[in-house]
Design a protein around this ligand. Structure first.
Ligand SMILES: *Cc1c(COP(=O)(O)O)cnc(C)c1O
Length: 378
C-alpha cells in the first residue's frame, strides 16, 4: 500500500533532500565543513528573517526549547508562560525541571492567547525576565499573535521566546522586524527534513540575560557554540553532518521557491483544508486557525481514535489525532513543509470515505470539490 505522511511532524522529505544526506561523511574539523556550516547558517537566517546569532543543535525541537531555559535563566527568576496547549505545557515542564516557578496564563485548548492579558501582566510585574510561548500551537492548530506580543515585550525588560518548531517555514514570523528575541525551530516540520536538528536564534537583548544566567549547562551552552562558530565556523561537538547536507538542500529549495511564495502556498492549503472539512458539516477546533495544520472536531458518536487508525491502516493516509484530553475528540491534518494541493485532496478524500464507513454519512466528493473550488479561485 502506498503511504501518505500528512501528520504535523514528521513531514514528507523531498527525494533530493534525502539523497543529499546520502553523501560520504566529511570530517567536521575541515575547511569543507566550515564552508557548508557557514552557508547553512546564513540560509537559516534568511528563512528565520533575522541577522541574529543562530545555532544548530543535534537534537529534536524540545532540545532547542530546553537549551533556551538553561542558557537564559537563574534560580529565582520570574518568567511567564503563555500556554495555549500541549507545547505551552512543555515550556512549563522544562522550566520546573530547572527549578523555576513559572507564572502561567493558560487558555482553554483551541483558544489563542489574549494580548491584553499579557500586556497587563507585564505592566504589573516589570521584574518578569522572559515570556515563553508558541507561534503555532500544534496540539490545537491555533496561531498566536507573536507580532503583538513582541511589541509588548519590546517595551518591557522581558524577552520573548517563541517555539516556532511547527510554524517556521509555513507560518510567517518576521524575527527582526517584529523584534522576537528567541526563535526555536526543528528540522522535521516545515523545513522538509528528517528529524534530528534544532535551531535557535538569539537577539542582543537575550544575550544580556545569557551573560547573567547561572543555571547549569554543558552541551547546550550558547557561549561555546558562539565561540566555535565565530572563530572556526564549527560546532563544539560532532554535528549531524549528513543532516546538514540535507538541510542545505532543503533550505535551497525554500529560498528558490521564495519565502513569500512558501507562505502563500501554506495559506492556500490551509484555506482549502478548512473549506473542505466545513463543507462536510464538520466544525473547526481552532479559534484562530494556523496555516500549517487544520484541527477539526470529531462529530458526536464517531470514534476519533479509530478514524485515525483506520485511515492509516486501510488507506495508508496518516493524519494525527488529539492529544491528552482531546484524544479521540479532534483530528489534525497537516499541510506543512513539502506538501501541496494534492496532499489536501488526499486528506479530504480519505476522510470522506472513512467517515462513511464509520457511520457519519457525508456526500462523497463534497469535501474534495470544496477544496478544488478553493484552488481554482486563484
Ligand atoms: C513538534 C513540536 C515541538 C518539538 O517536538 P520534538 O518532538 O522535540 O521535535 C515543539 N513545539 C511544537 C509547537 C511542536 O509542534
Amino acid at each position: 500500500m502506498k503511504k501518505y505522511l500528512v501528520t504535523p511532524g514528521p513531514t514528507p522529505v523531498p527525494d533530493s533532500v534525502l539523497l543529499a544526506g546520502a553523501q560520504p561523511i566529511i570530517h567536521h574539523r575541515t575547511v569543507e565543513f566550515s564552508k557548508l556550516f557557514r552557508d547553512v547558517t546564513a540560509e537559516l537566517q534568511s528563512v528565520f528573517q533575522t541577522k541574529n546569532d543562530l545555532f544548530v543543535f543535534s537534537a529534536s525541537g524540545t532540545g532547542g526549547m530546553e537549551s533556551c531555559v538553561a542558557n537564559l535563566l537563574s534560580i529565582g527568576d520570574r518568567v511567564l508562560v503563555v500556554n495555549t496547549g500541549a507545547f505551552g505545557r512543555r515550556w512549563e515542564n522544562i522550566l520546573k525541571v530547572y527549578g523555576l516557578k513559572p507564572e502561567v496564563i493558560e487558555y482553554p485548548w483551541g483558544k489563542a492567547a489574549r494580548i491584553e492579558e499579557i500586556r497587563e501582566k507585564l505592566e504589573e510585574n516589570p521584574e518578569i525576565k522572559a515570556v515563553f510561548t508558541q507561534l503555532t500551537e500544534t496540539s490545537t492548530g491555533v496561531v498566536n499573535d507573536i507580532e503583538s506580543m513582541a511589541k509588548i515585550t519590546a517595551q518591557s525588560k522581558a524577552i520573548l521566546v517563541v517555539d516556532a518548531v511547527s510554524g517556521l517555514g509555513g507560518q510567517e514570523i518576521k524575527t527582526d522586524e517584529w523584534g522576537v528575541d528567541i526563535v526555536v525551530a526543528g528540522s522535521q516540520k516545515g523545513l522538509m527534513l528528517s528529524p534530528g536538528l534544532a535551531f535557535v536564534s538569539i537577539s542582543k537583548k537575550a544575550w544580556n540575560l545569557i551573560e547573567e544566567s547561572k543555571l547549569p549547562k554543558f552541551y547546550w551552552n550558547f557561549k561555546t557554540y558562539k565561540k566555535f562558530f565565530n572563530e572556526k565556523g564549527e560546532t563544539p561537538y560532532t554535528p549531524a553532518v549528513n543532516l546538514l547536507f540535507s538541510l542545505h538542500e532543503a533550505l535551497g529549495k525554500i529560498l528558490e521557491e521564495g519565502i513569500k511564495n512558501v507562505f502563500t502556498r501554506h495559506s492556500l492549503l490551509a484555506r482549502a483544508a478548512r473549506a473542505g472539512v466545513t463543507s462536510l458539516g464538520l466544525e473547526l477546533f481552532a479559534e484562530v486557525p494556523c496555516d500549517v495544520v487544520t484541527s477539526v472536531k470529531v462529530p458526536e458518536g464517531i470514534d476519533g481514535i479509530s478514524l485515525i487508525k483506520r485511515m492509516r491502516d486501510e488507506y495508508g493516509v496518516s493524519i494525527a489525532g488529539g492529544q491528552r484530553e482531546f484524544k479521540g475528540k479532534i483530528f489534525r491534518m497537516a499541510h506543512m513543509g513539502y506538501m501541496d494541493k494534492f496532499d489536501v485532496i488526499i486528506e479530504l478524500s480519505a476522510l470522506e470515505m472513512m467517515f462513511n464507513k464509520l457511520g457519519y454519512k457525508v456526500e462523497l466528493g463534497k469535501g474534495v470539490a470544496a477544496v478544488e473550488k478553493e484552488f481554482l479561485k486563484k
